[in-house]
Design a protein around this ligand. Sequence first.
Ligand SMILES: [Zn+2]
Length: 121
Amino acid sequence: MKSKELESYKRILIELKRSIENALDGLNEDVITPSDSTSHYPDDPSLMAGDEFEKAKSYNIINVDQSILELVDNAIDRVENGNYGVCSGCGKEIEKGRLNSKPYAEYCVSCREKLEKEGKV
Ligand SMILES: [Zn+2]
């Protein structure tokens, strides 16, 4: 990959990292604050269930974002090491279209599909 292209992917990755970190900061505050507010729960159990659901949902978002954050970090490392855009499975270049939609992709489409079939990802 040309160094100009690498630079632009690096910029995208750093932007992505920043926005995930910002999102995580906001979510963490949301999750931490309601801890001692149990007495404020409404008596209606259906409302409480909704609240628990909301909480579970934001935990889920954190899990998803943290794993993406890891992938983004790894991808930034690969840019630094000069092997960004190379599939970790077969060593071929990852398709540009794939990198454009998923700049942190570690595998090319066919390796990814193979891993998914084997249940490794
Ligand atoms: Zn591959």
